[in-house]
Ligand binder design. Structure first.
Ligand code: FES
Length: 99
């Protein structure tokens, strides 16, 4: 079932918004003109990523400084798991996820 998150017209570079869907905290971002959806929880120790810094396409968690490459979500520190990324679905003028 399609669960809408945002209207496409509201998405632009630098967009960042959190959503709670089915008990999960999600973070919708636009990075390099590409909408990305990820879990709003750092895979290192669970810090929220809504306040992470973004330099180019590298997201840096503010708690311990681990960096993740976007859009893949790959951790740039080998011992850390990658970000949990979710597929986005488009439905007319909205973007969302399948739940
Ligand atoms: S909780 Fe994100 S780097 Fe440690």
């Amino acid at each position: 079932m399609f669960y809408p998150l945002e209207r496409l017209i509201n998405l632009s570079e630098g967009y960042r918004q959190t959503f709670k869907v089915a008990g999960r905290d999600l973070l919708l971002m636009v990075v390099d003109n590409q909408p990305l959806l990820l879990e709003d929880s750092c895979p290192h120790q669970g810090a929220p990523l809504r306040t992470a810094t973004l330099v180019g396409t590298v997201l840096r968690c503010q708690r311990h400084g681990i960096e993740f490459q976007l859009p893949s979500g790959r951790a740039l520190q080998p011992a850390c798991p990658n970000l949990k990324m979710f597929a986005l679905v488009y439905d007319s003028d909205r973007i969302g996820i399948d739940v």
